[in-house]
Design a binder for this molecule. Structure first.
Ligand code: TXA
Ligand code: MG
Length: 353
């Protein structure tokens, strides 16, 4: 299959330019498109055969449900039932935006889209191209992140091309995904709402709108062997993984830098290629290996936005060992550490103990 690549200027395009992509989607094809979080791999959410094609293109296990993307908040009533008031409140405050709500599914949503579950994940993205595409196609778009299963989510069209060229009908290149981490997922099907995946909309932000919420204990588990099964099926897979071995160092920052320098020196002496994930504030202190700056410690959003791109760059360099600093575990740092810990396969070293 030849994958058509269409470049669009985020700020300045004509809605008609989305018609070809919309037609492909209506005809049951697959189109990757930008969202504010990461690129999505879209297909008709209400067509069971299309969800199967999405799983096949990504190489993704089919028990891992897809998020249904809508362009109008009212559409939750077409896709879900027994919708609690909280859903409307959250939609009002955070949509369009990086929040996915889990609700009881309507019978119109096929089980192949929900991975066999009676619930459905729904999101109204903020990215204009994404919303226009949903609108123009006239359908609801199921879209997982547009990466091969196990790879970091794509934050640029080039990442999608690397993973899916030749496997899908079209890729819309709309520039960088500005947030860089997947949406926050909140389950509203239980008495007490539960955070299933942390993201740019933080727990505190949600609580300010609907009161106390629980947190899936699997989110920040540091020990995969303690058998906590995450409620979001996708969170159980070793996601976001670079090809090299990634280790997180935590503790006092000076000690972290010192230890990373020692480890890097030793691995390089042994003939290995080493990469270091540094920050604006620390980059000058690293002496060995390929040092890449992910963002600034004073601006966690910059770290979120840069993380997946750096992991992919180390893959390209065939980096064998990647060492990273750790980050504050609150607010946006909660989401950053959640992804980093999984990318590291739970390999965390505390240097101050
Ligand atoms: O930001 C995002 O959410 C991006 C963009 C493209 O919108 N999409 C995304 O989709 O990250 P994906 O498929 O890579 O991740 C969806 C996550 C998975 O962990 C999946 O298990 C969970 O959502 N999920 C989907 N439906 C669910 C449901 N009914 N109950 C619990 N978890 C669900
Ligand atoms: Mg994904």
């Amino acid at each position: 299959m030849i994958t058509k690549i269409q470049k669009l200027d985020k700020e300045e395009y004509d809605i008609e330019e989305l018609e070809e992509a919309a037609q492909i989607l209506r005809a049951g094809g697959l189109v990757a498109f930008p969202t504010e979080t990461v690129y999505g791999l879209g297909g008709n959410a209400l067509d069971a055969e299309v969800s199967k094609k999405i799983y096949a293109a990504k190489g993704r296990p089919s028990d891992n449900p897809l998020i249904v993307h809508i362009s109008n908040a009212k559409d939750i009533e077409k896709l879900a039932k027994n919708i609690p008031d909280r859903a409307y409140k959250l939609a009002e405050v955070f949509w369009p935006g990086p929040l996915t709500l889990i609700l009881f599914k309507d019978s119109s949503v096929p089980y192949s889209t929900t991975g066999g579950l009676d619930t459905v994940a729904i999101r109204l993205p903020a990215n204009k191209i994404a919303r226009d595409l949903i609108e123009q196609s006239g359908i609801y778009i199921a879209a997982p992140s547009a990466n091969l299963s196990g790879k970091p989510s794509p934050t640029k069209a080039e990442h999608v091309i690397t993973d899916l060229n030749g496997k899908i009908d079209m890729i819309i290149d709309g520039g960088n995904a500005t947030l860089g981490l997947e949406s926050t997922i909140l389950d509203l099907t239980m008495e007490e709402p539960m955070l299933l995946r942390p993201g740019c909309i933080t727990k505190t932000m949600l609580e300010n709108t609907i009161g106390p919420i629980a947190c899936d204990p699997a989110i920040l588990s540091r020990n995969p062997s303690n058998n906590i099964v995450p409620k979001a099926p996708g969170m159980k897979y070793r996601h976001y993984a670079p090809e090299g071995s990634l280790t997180i160092y935590e503790g006092k920052l000076d000690d972290v830098i010192k230890t990373i320098n020692e480890e890097a020196k030793a691995k390089i002496a042994g003939g290995s290629r080493v990469g270091i994930i540094a920050t604006e504030e620390t980059k000058q202190y690293y002496q060995y290996g390929d040092v890449m700056t992910v963002g600034s410690r004073n601006d966690e959003a910059s770290i979120a936005a840069g993380l997946y791109n750096i992991l992919r760059q180390f893959d390209e360099l065939k980096t064998e060992y990647i060492f990273t600093e750790s980050f504050e575990n609150n607010a946006l740092g909660h989401a950053i550490m959640n992804r980093l810990i999984k990318a590291a396969g739970y390999h965390i070293v505390n240097v101050s103990k």
